[in-house]
Design a protein around this ligand. Structure first.
Ligand code: HEM
Length: 424
């Protein structure tokens, strides 16, 4: 039994399978609670999280993806560490990511990235994803069982972003191999962090070469246009800037979407009456997706760094403190969501959850993620009847277990073994 008082949220693997009792313990300490390690304040309060997210001048995103590990490369001094942070930003990990940028640089990178999401491009991509659902389902539906994560969700999410970015068809299979277990493989055997590092190095190498070539010799494809793009202020991004953006689109959009699909199917299996309701009335799918993101969203924790000493909800926050925004807990804040542990498709505030963040860093891929999950759930319900959890893998009802990737940022099912009646 984990001792919640002394637990280290960032490394304690006993909090991985079910973090929610720990989140409720933290909530009992107040909406913003000091953690015993690493100079961190954890936010479980919905209103408090929004206050922080809406104040990027005080709360930098420099550590959004990494949180308090590793330590800051400097010793914070005084009540305003903005200049110290700027002087050491390049020594911090992953500050090239758009999600970790602040101010004008963030606005520049975000705007460049949004150019990739034009209405025409998104429409073509959506047509591709509907075809892809069927192609992937055809590979295993007749068997009557699958690991949804490895057989469907991971290749699906990878290929959708590859299509959005116009990755040539010939290279797409390599993307699937490098960025996740290929269809049919047993998921989760490779160490998660190792696979992430390998995946990122592949993306950096691939985009580094491809974008440098397309900058020299544009070929009229999507990445050529991207390679020629300018920042809104007219300046030219470096090839490195473009590589960070392209690689991050996979990092941000592939795993999250795949795991949301996993969470959705887990919820269907645990609530068979809900599965029948949504199967019979597909117009409920958008509300269902938002409710799954609220109840079991893929992003468990994002971080901020207080760069100025301030106060939120009566809690003093000293410059240099890491703020762990526990989105998974804020979305179950009973002050905001009535009966937060129930899946309700008719919540009046259903779309106000923080599962896609809030403020200047709100998820740029939210419409894409929702389109992907909508297409997938529709086709899965068309092709798979009476979907159940495999007792062989997850145990009998009342004593079921699930493996989640051992990381504190994501709520990521390693695998989800399903049994169902195929529909021909
Ligand atoms: C279910 C799927 C997804 C979830 C739950 C999700 C969640 C989030 C969250 C919570 C943030 C904010 C992080 C913060 O507050 O620091 C974020 C940012 C972001 N997401 Fe998503 N995301 C999903 C899918 C996608 C997809 C498909 C893409 C693109 C292909 C994408 C691209 C981004 C980008 C670029 C940012 C950074 C935006 C910025 O910093 O301005 N996401 N996402």
């Amino acid at each position: 039994m984990t001792n919640f008082e002394t637990a280290d949220f960032f490394t304690d693997t006993s909090l991985i399978e079910n973090p929610f009792p720990y989140f409720e313990y933290l909530r009992s300490q107040g909406p913003i609670a000091r953690l015993p390690h690493r100079n961190v304040l954890a936010v479980t309060g919905y209103a408090e999280a929004i206050e922080i997210l809406n104040d990027p001048q005080t709360f930098s995103s420099a550590n959004a993806a990494t949180g308090p590990i590793p330590d800051l490369p400097f010793e914070p001094e005084g009540d305003d560490i903005t200049e110290q942070l700027n002087a050491h930003r390049d020594e911090m990990i992953a500050t090239g990511l758009v999600v970790a940028k602040d101010g004008k640089e963030h606005a520049n990178h975000r705007s460049l990235m949004m150019n990739l999401f034009t209405p025409t491009r998104l429409k073509a991509n959506e047509e591709y994803m509907w075809d892809l659902t069927s192609t992937l389902l055809d590979k295993f539906v007749d068997q009557g069982h699958c690991d949804l994560i490895a057989d469907y969700a991971t290749p699906f999410a990878t290929l959708v972003i590859a299509d959005l970015l116009g990755i040539p068809e010939n290279d797409r299979i390599t993307f699937c191999e490098k960025l996740g277990p290929p269809p049919g493989a047993v998921g989760g055997e490779v160490d998660y962090m190792d696979s992430q590092v390998l995946g990122m190095s592949f993306l950096f190498e691939y985009f580094g070469q491809y974008l440098a070539e397309r900058r020299e010799t544009p070929k009229g494809d999507i990445l050529s246009q991207f390679a020629q793009a300018k920042f809104p202020d007219g300046s030219t991004p470096s090839v490195d800037d473009l590589v960070w953006i392209s690689a991050f689109l996979f990092g941000a959009g592939q795993d999250t979407t795949a795991r949301l699909l996993g969470a959705s199917l887990r919820v269907f299996c645990e609530n068979p009456e809900l599965q029948i309701r949504v199967r019979n009335d597909r117009s409920l799918i958008p509300a269902f997706i938002d409710e799954v993101v609220r109840y079991e969203g893929p992003v468990k924790c994002a971080s901020r760094l207080a760069v100025k000493t301030t106060t939120v909800a009566g809690v003093n926050i000293k410059a240099g403190t890491t703020i762990a925004l526990l989105y998974g807990a804020c979305n179950r804040d009973p002050r905001e969501f009535e009966a937060p542990t129930e899946i309700r498709l008719n919540r009046p505030n259903a779309r106000k959850h923080l599962g896609f963040g809030r403020g200047v860093h709100t998820c740029a891929g939210m419409p894409l993620a929702k389109a992907e999950v909508t297409a997938s759930l529709n086709r899965i319900l068309d092709r798979m009847m009476d979907i159940k959890l495999s007792e062989k893998h997850h145990g009998k009802p009342g004593d079921q277990h699930f493996s989640y990737e051992p990381i504190y940022t994501l709520r990521a099912l390693k695998n989800l073994y399903l049994e169902f009646t195929p529909v021909r």
